[in-house]
Design a protein around this ligand. Structure first.
Ligand code: UDP
Length: 413
């Protein structure tokens, strides 16, 4: 034991950690494999980086595998992502065949691990076909969808569903993302790690260093959005909201920070759109941060007066929980997982347009007591609902229910 879990005692209490150990004892000596498509960037990587060591600490042999693809593969999976979140996209057959071929290659490379694992969690559509390509699997397989799949573009979902139906279970973040599937479906919202570099308390001078490093005036209000440069995150809408709000708050400053996830081929085009919208305003700071800039992001969120997450579709939005945890009110898009976290008028505001966001920015920056109260409520809301210890408990519960479900898998061959 490395004492990793005990580090959470002060945040969540010893009982919570004791309960995790009890659940893990019931799980017993099994092996678990998580598979996704990127080691850095985006919420899935953020969560697995924490969840996997914690599962190992509980005595569950857990590994995290990352599939590899070529440019066409990531182009296709980005189209899947866009289609599951409702965009109409056409994907040529050749691209689909390439997607399947790449999965076959990855299945081959991971063959031993995938065949022998007791439980396999496949994250999102990128590695979904691995199950079909592992006919001698011994364990139970779960498809974990992190995407807002409430209104998927049907032809693409129909294609992906062919792979997903064969899983033993699936996990969605929200009830209205769940699909018509012939297996158990679990609802588990994601979580943040309160003691990670991204979320830990920082000394005041480290927070202040953000002002100097990025040329921010500490005497003037600062708002920020931290997100991959993805159209669903609506960075251009954030700039419009800022510009409208600035008419009433001439000193307003904005940080838009992101990097692009390794599996996101559209990032560069979106950054271009953001630069066009910025129009040389010296109070807009567009930051392209490296994937390990966790403490810097932490400091930016803490240095902000309020935080935006103006997405138009959002599976969950870890950035919302991260900001709320730091006692910051959040103005977020009225969509998907943001609705789970922003309790409208209590932990922030849900908005449907740049104009709506601007109105709320103006209101909160002129009503500092309400801003502070919302931040306080947000912190408690996250503490009670969206910390990694709750997430881990629910994963253990899924594992237990799969291990003890009455149908065991028939191994072919
Ligand atoms: N993030 C980061 N660097 C960036 C942009 C985002 O570390 O440049 C982090 C962010 O703090 C959050 C995660 O990546 O922890 C994004 O998760 P979220 O659920 O908000 O969105 P996703 O990218 O998964 O759609």
């Amino acid at each position: 034991m490395s004492g990793l879990l005990e580090k959470y005692n002060d945040v969540v209490g010893e009982d919570v950690i004791g309960q995790l150990r009890e659940l893990a004892d019931n799980v017993g000596e099994i092996s678990v494999v998580h598979v996704n498509s990127t080691k850095y960037g985006g919420g899935v990587a953020e969560i697995l980086a924490k969840l996997v060591p914690m599962m190992n600490e509980l005595g569950i042999r857990t590994s995290w595998e990352v599939i590899e693809g070529d440019e066409d593969f990531y182009q296709t999976t980005k189209s899947f992502h866009n289609a599951l979140q409702g965009n109409i996209v056409e994907i040529p057959d050749a691209m689909l065949r390439n997607y399947e071929r790449i999965n076959e290659r990855n299945a081959e490379a991971l063959r031993d691990k995938l065949e022998s694992a007791d439980i396999v969690f496949i994250h999102d559509p990128q590695p979904a076909p691995l199950l079909k390509m592992t006919p001698k699997r011994k364990g139970k397989w779960v498809w974990r969808c992190h995407i807002d799949a409430s209104r998927p573009f049907r032809p693409v979902w129909k294609y992906l569903r062919n792979f997903v139906v064969e899983y033993d279970a699936s996990i969605f973040s929200l009830a209205n993302f769940a699909q018509n599937l012939p297996h158990m479906q679990f609802l588990i919202p994601p979580s943040i790690d309160p003691i990670s570099d991204k979320n830990i308390e920082l000394p005041a001078n480290e927070i202040k260093s953000v002002y100097k490093e990025f040329g921010i005036d500490p005497e003037r209000p600062l708002i920020s959005q931290i997100s991959r440069f993805d159209r669903f995150k609506d960075p251009v809408g954030v700039i419009w909201a800022y510009k409208i709000a600035k008419k009433f708050l001439p000193g307003l400053q904005l940080i838009l920070a992101g990097g692009d996830a390794a599996d996101d081929p559209e990032g560069a085009a979106v950054i271009e759109e953001v630069r066009m919208a910025e129009c040389g305003d010296p109070d807009i700071h567009i930051l392209l941060l490296p994937p390990d800039a966790h403490r810097k992001i932490n400091a930016i969120q803490r240095a902000s007066d309020l935080v935006l997450q103006k997405s138009i579709r959002e599976g969950f939005g870890l950035t919302v929980a991260e900001a709320l945890w730091k006692h910051k009110a959040v103005i977020g898009g009225n969509t998907g997982g943001i609705r789970l976290q922003i309790f409208n008028h209590h932990t922030g505001f849900l908005v449907d347009s740049p104009e709506g966001a601007a109105l709320r920015i103006r209101y909160l920056l002129f009503n500092r007591d309400i801003l502070r109260q919302m931040g306080e409520k947000g912190h408690h809301f996250v503490k009670n609902n969206f910390l990694i210890t709750r997430h881990l408990r629910e994963y253990l519960t899924v594992i237990l229910s799969l291990l003890h479900s009455e149908f065991s898998r028939i191994v072919i061959g």
